[in-house]
Structures are given as structure tokens and as C-alpha cells.
Ligand binder design. Structure first.
Ligand code: ANZ
Ligand code: ZN
Length: 862
């Protein structure tokens, strides 16, 4: 018997698949319609960090099973791969190691491509793309200019986190406790002119369309829903009355509220530190200026604002209450009011909003309840440290008393509208997408700034605007701005000297349309509408849940925006979405608390010890594999040791794809043992010839195996379709046991086992394609499994022999009995009457009538 030499087999078949172009997708051709239906399966493309990790292995294995399965089912499958190649790590490498970001990226791509190829993934490599190449990013420069023309892109001043030491803008996640992540310097807020994409134009549509994404996980749909965050409420104007200085009297402060019904409980107005009014005040008021500076160190993230202590500064200004005659409220600047939401100003109602209550408690402001819970008594209802946010009847609210919250809102809308001091309004949490980044390693924004003409688009014949190669990373700040000549150009409109835009796009820009480029990767305009029309939407998208909000939302927006400017006609890019769970591993620490690699430790009975000196260590929790805790296993080592098929099989075996998966040595061993077992099945020389008919006198045991095969085909097809790969693997185990258990000397065994092994080979091919090809070959076939059709079950044979059916007495279900499928009516009647429950209900009487619906139900009329 030949030995299962995974590395040799895997290389051999990878080469053959490539030589024969097995995974090349057929482009649509209007003269020659493709008889096969299309199927587009896509995994989120990786950032080329240098090496693949187990998360990649899982993600790409899942996608590959789907791709191979659909191909076998007769689809024209598009299954592409590429590189999300712009981004900060390349610049960090440049700064830390003096390697050019481009060189670093290209080398990483080469290394990772080799690793991916060693997994035997069925990609159409002719469509490979890297987003950092001008060939790719030139198209998004054109898209951006189209967006600009259509009013979908615009420029405005916006607040950013500024690191004064690094001289650079920081993303929210680069601000740690109010300090720059690298420099440790306190972060400042700065106003910069930046480019935005008008995603809010589609807010309503992006929200409504979530209902149609019925092949997306509920969790992701909910996250999209919450991110868009539609709030219905009112805009209320509060007029400034007693101004500390005359300059402000008569000015309005507009607030957005979702609770206009609580207006009678208002006790203060709070505005954001960077609200225009707060900034005006700060010019003359040192206290206000200092407080604004303090707020600036909070950073701009919502999370930071949410967790900080509520702090404020009393401006001394007062506003008139819009519905209570003569009443006024103080105006504070507060750290919990965000300029980016609503109007950047609120009225505080401490009794019914926790943040307002915390603030009121800290600054001694009144707390007046205006909503009375159903079961509470008005005479002793008071708010102490928890705001009441539930339903109830309005109190202390003049003419609105007695209304419930909803009716109160309606009354408030009317009162405000009549008084001309407010109106109903809907606000979204969703903000326009700021796409400017002060970085080198990104797509240049194709704009030229001229003192006379303003922001001028780079003319089409001057595109793409390419990144300069010779950049200096030793100086602080943006290398594009520091470059001696790159930014100096003539204005395309008036010809005077002008400067290039020195910002680059957010790297989410590239990933918002890469799935369209794959449809037509050589097309001179990015992609043709025909190709996009044929391939889109992606039938099955697979990736990490960490992209469940931004990447998916931006892609949904881009598809709409590109449709609006004429690139295609589509709204939703991803028809099906699967978000896979994490790959986890136990963590280990030595006696000093230092994290240890799994390769440093070994088992010692129930304990773990150091492999080197057998000293005791602590085995910790099972956590997501991460470099920081060292609980990682290198896929390359696993592939070299066991083969890619073993790694793939293990990834699929243990948990459903959406759940976390624990990587264990014993699990991998188990997968490896199973493959060796089926390998032996295919090398069995007691099998009948391929296609041999079952003998007429075949033993029932042999016939049963044939039946098991048909059932397994049916079950596995369903399991793969529904992403239950772990169950598919379990079915394959059962089938292989059934094959092993059928004695060779049983009449019909040689034929039945031949048929069973051939089908087993086809069924396992999407999961572990290399060993399947080799087994197929050993079974005497010259054809390739990569081109073979998916097996089809004979429904008669796949059906269960027995059925469970209900027995009713006078229309009420009284028992369930098991009958042979299609059993004769009199036998069914007899079995039904014999059941204990039925005879109890008949109490010895003879039934009037018995109605038998074969295989479905029996009704006894007494
Ligand atoms: C008065 C009020 C009374 C409020 C009450 C709530 C409860 P959602 O549902 O998230 O849209 N708000 C408005 N703009 C804000 C900003 N820029 N920064 C911080 N908070 C802001 O929340 C809307 C509510 O959040 C608004 O309704 C406002 O407080 C606050 F019993 O107005 B409310
Ligand atoms: Zn000009």
C-alpha cells in the first residue's frame, strides 16, 4: 500500500489545477450566453502583513468549500483573491526599519501568495489585484471626481485628533487615554479642511434595505441598524435672554431632542465645547477657553465621551424656556455633548436622562420629574440617583399633564410649531464619511489647490496622480507634504503655481469597491457595467465580524453612489454574508508571568510544563489567537507537518463556522488520522471495478451501504448549502465507518464499497481537495475531480424507510407511531388502534371510521 505523502500529493495537484486553469471563471459574452448560472463567492481580502495566520486559514477554507461545491454543482464560479495593500503598518515598517512601504508590501504579498497557494485554494489567480498599484487606484481617483461632480463628495472643516509631537492626525483608535499612542503626548483637537463622502444622503435607504438582506446574520443587520441610528424627535430653539455681554442676546441655541415631551422638566442647556457659541465665548472668557482645552484631550471618540466624568462650565448666559412663560435656563458648556451629533446642543432633563442627572447632581441643578411611572404615586415620586426613562403619564407639565409619553410628544410638536420655536425632526447617528488621511501610503486625492480657483480636480489626462517613490520617513509629519517637488504643480484652470492635495484616501476607500474590480480586472475604466451586471451581487461573502459595521456599510454606500454616477445599477453588493468566529487557543505563562508559545510547553499528566526544563507553568484561558499573548500556531508549520488537507479539515470539523473554534493538537491529530483512514479505503484492492453493478443476490447489508451513501449525499449537500460543515464532516465519518464495517466476503460488498468510496471521495473533495484527487486517481480515474459533477442522490433510496406519523382521535392528536414508509392501509389502522394512548381514548368502543393519509396522519373517528 502506498503511504499518504501529503506534501508531495498537494504540490502535484496544485500544479495540475494551475496548469489546466481549472478555476478560471468564464467572463460573460453577449454573443455566447453561458448556459451555467453564475456564482460569486468572496472572502474578505487580507492586509499583506507578511504571513498568513489561522484566522486567514479558516476564512479561506470556508470560502473554498463553497467555491468548489458550487463549481461541482455546475455553476460558473467567480472566486478571486487580492490584497488590501495600503495602510499604516507599511509606513511603520518604513519608519522602524527604513524599508520603503512599497517594497515591504510587495515582498509581503509574494510571501503570503505562496502560503495561500500551499493551501490549495481554488482561486482564479488571473484576477489578483493589489490596491496599492496605480492600475487599481487610478479608478478610485476617477470615481472620486465623479462623486464630486455629483455632489456626493465635498470639502469641509472638521475636527481631528492632532498629535503635536508626531505632527500628525491620529485616528480615534490611536488615541489612548487622551494621548498619542506613539508619542504619549496629550492629543489636541484641530480643525482641518477635509474631504467627505455624502453617505448620509442614503441613510434612509441604507436602513430600509437591511430588511431585504435576509441572508445576513441578524447580529450584523442589527449592528448596521444601530450604526445608522435613526432618531425621530424635534429641533427646539432656545433664545438667549440675559447675555453676560450684549453680543449674544437674541441669538438662538438650537437643540435636538428625542424627548420634547419632557420639556417642562428641562433644567439647563448644554453645548459642545467646540460649538460655535462656545468658541465665541472662549475668545473673551479664559475659563471657557481652559475648559474647551480640557475637553479637547478627551479625543473625539464616542466611547471616550461616554465613559468620562460629566463635567461642565457655566457660561453665565441664560435662555428663555420656549413653553413656560418667563422661565429661563442656564447655559453650560459640557464635555458629554458632541458637536458631531444633532445640533451639538441639548436641553438637559435630569429626571429622565442619566447623563443629565449625573451632570445636574455634580452642579446642583434642579431635578423635576415630569413622567410618572404607571405604578407610582405622584405625591411621593422622586428621582435620586437613577433617571427614569420608561413610559408613564406626564406630570408637572401644565397643559400636557395626564398625557402618555407618545401623546406628549405630539402635543409638544404642536405647541412648538405654533410658537414658531421648533419642529419635528429626524436625525441620524450616521455621519458623512471623512476620507482624508494625512498619510503617505494611500491613494492620492486627485485635487489641486489654487489660490484663485480653489480646489480644482486633476484633469483626466493627468490621472493617475501617482505617489512619489523618493520619500523621507525620518522627518516628522506627512512625507507627501515634506517632499521637495511633488506637491508643486500648475493650476489646471489658470496656469498659476498651485499645490497638490497632500492627503490620501482612508484605506476603506479601496475595500469599498474591490469586489467590482474582480468582475472585470483588466477593464480600462475599472470594470464594465456588463461584467458587473453579470457577476454582482456577490452571492456569498465571508469574513470577520470586525468588519460588520464600517467596511460593509461603506461598500453598501459605494455601490449606491457608483450606480448614481453611472457605473452600474445595483444597491446591495452582498446578497449572502457569513461572519466566521475566531480561532482560539489556550494561553500559557511561565512563573514570572511571561507569555509562552504553545511550542514551548508540553503535557505532563494533567499539568503543563516547559518543554525545555520541565518546570511548572500556568495554563490560562482559551482566548483568540494573538501575538501579544503568544497563543498562536503558525499555519505554515501545520501545513508542512500534516499537509494542507489536514489543516483544512480541522478548521471545518469542530464548530459551526460562525462560532469560535479552539485549535488543539489532539484535534489536528484526529483530522490527520481520519484522512489516513480514508486513504486506506481507496487503496483496498478487494473493491469491484469502477461502475460494477450490484449482483442480483446482493446481501441486505451491502444494499444498506448503498442506501447510506444516498442518504449521505443528500445530507452533505444540505449541510454545505447551509454552512454546517462540521455536520458534513460528521456524516463523512459515519460513511467511512459503514464502509469499513461491511465485510469483504458479503455478497455485493465489493460493488457496494466501490460505489461508496467513489462517492465519499467526491463528497470530501470540496473540503480536502488534494487527497480527494489522489484517491480518485488511485481508484482508476483519469479525469480530475476539480472538473467532476457533484453526486446526485436517488431520492427513493435516500428517503427514510420509516416515518413517524401522528394519530388523532376525533381530530385531537393523541399519539405518534412509527410505521414503515408506504405501508398498507390495514396495517396502519391496526398499528394505530393498538397504540396504548389511542385505545385509552376509545375506552373499548369500536371506532366509526378510520382515515389514513399515507405517511402523513391517521384520524380515528369514535
Ligand atoms: C432632552 C432629553 C430628555 C433627552 C430626556 C433624552 C431624555 P438618540 O436617541 O441617541 O438620538 N443629545 C442630542 N444631541 C446630543 C449631542 N450632540 N451630544 C450628546 N447628547 C445629545 O439621543 C437623543 C438624545 O440625546 C436627545 O434627547 C438629547 O437629549 C441627547 F428625558 O433631549 B434628549
Ligand atoms: Zn487657478
Amino acid at each position: 500500500m502506498t503511504h499518504y505523502d501529503a506534501p508531495a500529493i498537494e504540490k502535484k495537484w496544485q500544479r495540475r489545477w494551475e496548469d489546466q486553469g481549472c478555476f478560471t471563471a468564464d467572463q460573460p459574452d453577449s454573443n455566447k450566453p453561458n448556459p451555467k448560472p453564475k456564482y460569486y463567492v468572496l472572502e474578505m481580502f487580507p492586509y499583506p502583513s507578511g504571513r498568513i495566520h489561522m484566522g486567514h486559514v479558516r476564512n479561506y477554507t470556508l470560502g473554498d468549500v463553497v467555491a468548489r461545491f458550487r463549481r461541482a454543482q455546475g455553476f460558473n464560479v467567480l472566486h478571486p483573491m487580492g490584497w488590501d495593500a495600503f495602510g499604516l503598518p507599511a509606513e511603520n515598517a518604513a519608519m522602524e526599519r527604513g524599508i520603503h512601504p512599497g517594497k515591504w508590501t510587495v515582498e509581503n504579498i509574494a510571501a503570503m501568495r505562496t502560503q495561500l497557494k500551499s493551501m490549495g485554494l481554488s482561486y482564479d489567480w488571473d484576477r489578483e489585484l493589489a490596491t496599492c498599484t496605480p492600475d487599481y487606484y487610478q479608478h478610485e481617483q476617477r470615481m472620486f471626481l465623479k462623486f464630486l461632480e455629483a455632489g456626493l463628495a465635498y470639502r469641509k472643516e472638521s475636527w481631528v485628533n492632532w498629535d503635536p509631537v508626531e505632527n500628525t492626525v491620529l485616528a480615534n483608535e490611536q488615541v489612548v487615554d487622551g494621548r498619542g499612542w506613539r508619542s504619549g503626548a496629550p492629543v489636541e483637537r484641530r480643525l482641518l479642511s477635509q474631504w467627505f463622502l455624502r453617505i448620509t444622503k442614503y441613510a434612509d435607504d441604507l436602513l430600509a434595505a437591511i430588511d431585504r438582506l435576509d441572508r445576513w446574520p441578524d447580529r450584523v443587520r442589527l449592528m448596521q441598524h444601530n450604526w445608522i441610528g435613526k432618531s425621530e424627535g424635534a429641533r427646539v430653539n432656545f433664545r438667549i435672554t440675559e447675555a453676560a455681554s450684549g453680543d449674544y442676546a437674541g441669538r438662538d441655541i438650537d437643540v435636538f431632542t428625542t424627548r420634547p415631551d419632557t420639556l417642562y422638566g428641562a433644567s439647563f442647556i448644554a453645548i459642545a465645547a467646540n460649538h460655535p457659541l462656545a468658541r465665541d465665548i472662549a475668545v473673551h472668557d479664559k475659563g471657557a477657553a481652559d475648559f474647551a482645552a480640557e475637553c479637547a484631550t478627551l479625543g473625539t471618540s464616542e466611547a471616550a465621551v461616554e465613559t468620562a466624568d460629566k463635567k461642565g462650565y457655566d457660561t453665565g448666559l441664560r435662555v428663555a424656556h420656549p413653553v413656560i412663560d418667563g422661565a429661563t435656563l442656564p447655559v453650560h458648556i459640557a464635555n458629554f455633548v458632541l458637536m458631531e451629533y444633532g445640533t451639538g446642543a441639548i436641553f438637559g432633563c435630569p429626571a429622565h436622562d442619566q447623563r443629565d442627572l449625573d451632570f445636574a447632581t455634580a452642579y446642583g441643578l434642579p431635578v423635576l420629574p415630569v413622567v410618572l411611572p404607571e405604578d407610582a404615586d405622584a405625591s411621593d415620586f422622586a428621582i435620586t440617583d437613577t433617571a427614569y426613562t420608561g413610559p408613564g403619564k406626564l406630570i408637572n407639565s401644565g397643559p400636557w399633564n395626564g398625557l402618555d409619553v407618545e401623546a406628549g410628544k405630539q402635543a409638544a410638536f404642536k405647541t412648538l410649531a405654533d410658537a414658531g420655536s421648533g419642529a419635528a425632526e429626524t436625525t441620524f447617528r450616521l455621519r458623512d464619511w471623512g476620507v482624508s488621511r494625512q498619510r503617505y501610503w494611500g491613494c492620492p486625492i486627485p485635487i489641486i489647490h489654487c489660490d484663485t480657483c480653489g480646489a480644482v480636480p486633476v484633469p483626466d489626462d493627468q490621472l493617475p496622480v501617482q505617489l512619489p517613490e523618493d520619500v523621507d520617513f525620518t522627518q516628522p509629519g506627512n512625507p507627501l507634504a515634506n517632499h521637495p517637488s511633488w506637491k508643486h504643480v500648475d493650476c489646471p484652470k489658470c496656469g498659476t503655481t498651485a499645490t497638490r492635495e497632500q492627503d490620501t484616501f482612508d484605506t476603506f476607500f479601496e475595500s469599498s469597491w474591490y469586489f467590482l474590480r474582480y468582475c472585470d480586472p483588466k477593464h480600462p475604466h475599472g470594470f464594465s457595467p456588463e461584467a458587473a451586471h453579470y457577476w454582482m451581487p456577490v452571492d456569498q461573502y465571508i469574513g470577520g465580524v470586525e468588519h460588520a459595521v464600517l467596511h460593509l456599510l461603506y461598500s453598501r454606500f459605494f455601490t449606491r453612489a457608483l450606480s448614481e454616477v453611472g457605473y452600474l445599477t445595483l444597491d446591495e453588493p452582498f446578497a449572502g454574508l457569513m461572519t466566521q468566529g475566531m480561532v482560539c487557543h489556550q494561553t500559557f505563562q511561565d512563573q514570572h508571568g511571561k507569555w509562552l508559545f504553545p511550542t514551548d510547553v508540553e503535557r505532563d499528566g494533567d499539568d503543563w510544563v516547559m518543554r525545555s526544563d520541565k518546570s511548572a507553568i500556568t495554563a490560562g484561558r482559551i482566548e483568540k489567537m494573538s501575538k501579544s499573548k503568544r497563543n498562536v500556531v503558525d499555519p505554515e508549520i501545520i501545513i508542512d507537518t500534516y499537509g494542507a488537507d489536514t489543516a483544512r479539515l480541522f478548521m471545518l470539523s469542530d464548530s459551526p463556522p460562525e462560532r469560535d473554534l479552539e485549535w488543539t493538537e489532539s484535534g489536528v491529530e484526529g483530522a490527520s488520522r481520519f484522512l489516513k483512514k480514508i486513504w486506506r479505503l481507496a487503496t483496498d484492492d478487494s473493491l469491484a471495478a469502477a461502475g460494477a453493478k450490484m449482483p442480483d443476490n446482493a446481501d441486505q447489508k451491502a444494499l444498506d451501504l448503498v442506501k447510506t451513501v444516498h442518504k449521505t449525499i443528500l445530507a452533505i449537500s444540505r449541510d454545505i448549502e447551509e454552512f454546517r460543515f462540521n455536520r458534513a464532516v460528521a456524516q463523512l465519518h459515519t460513511l467511512s465507518n459503514a464502509i469499513t464495517n461491511l465485510a469483504p466476503d458479503t455478497v455485493g460488498s465489493a460493488e457496494a464499497r466501490r460505489m461508496a468510496i467513489e462517492n465519499l471521495t467526491k463528497l470530501i473533495a470540496p473540503l480536502t481537495p488534494h487527497i480527494a484527487e489522489e484517491m480518485w486517481h488511485m481508484l482508476g480515474h483519469d479525469s480530475m475531480l476539480a472538473n467532476a459533477a457533484w453526486p446526485v442522490a436517488d431520492p427513493a433510496l435516500a428517503a427514510d424507510d420509516e416515518v413517524e406519523i401522528g394519530v388523532q382521535v376525533n381530530g385531537k392528536l393523541r399519539a405518534t407511531i412509527t410505521l414503515p414508509r408506504d405501508c398498507p392501509t390495514d396495517e396502519a389502522e391496526a398499528k394505530a388502534l393498538a397504540s396504548e394512548a389511542v385505545s385509552r381514548y376509545l375506552e373499548g368502543k369500536t371506532p366509526k371510521r378510520i382515515i389514513v393519509v399515507p405517511n402523513r396522519i391517521i384520524n380515528v373517528v369514535a
